[in-house]
Write a protein of this length. Sequence first.
Length: 92
Amino acid sequence: MIALSENRAVLDPIGTLTRVQRDALIAVDFFRCHTRDRRGWQIGNRHFAPMTIASLEKHGLVIRRQRSIITTVAGKLALDKLRGDKLKGQSS
């Protein structure tokens, strides 16, 4: 397990994660219902490839359970940074 202070996905999520990975992380946190189907994971109204969720799990941002995905503390911190950057962009 990587320490939070050394995890690049927590320190700089925009530079470390791809756009699809960032969208998946936001969707996992927003929607409660996650289902696994033939194409991968359905989170809300979007489908994500199994490799996308596996990469988020590799970064330590989510934990994959049997039928759902849970955001970790590292994932919550990365989300706060992503949302903070979006708010900065809107106020300018």
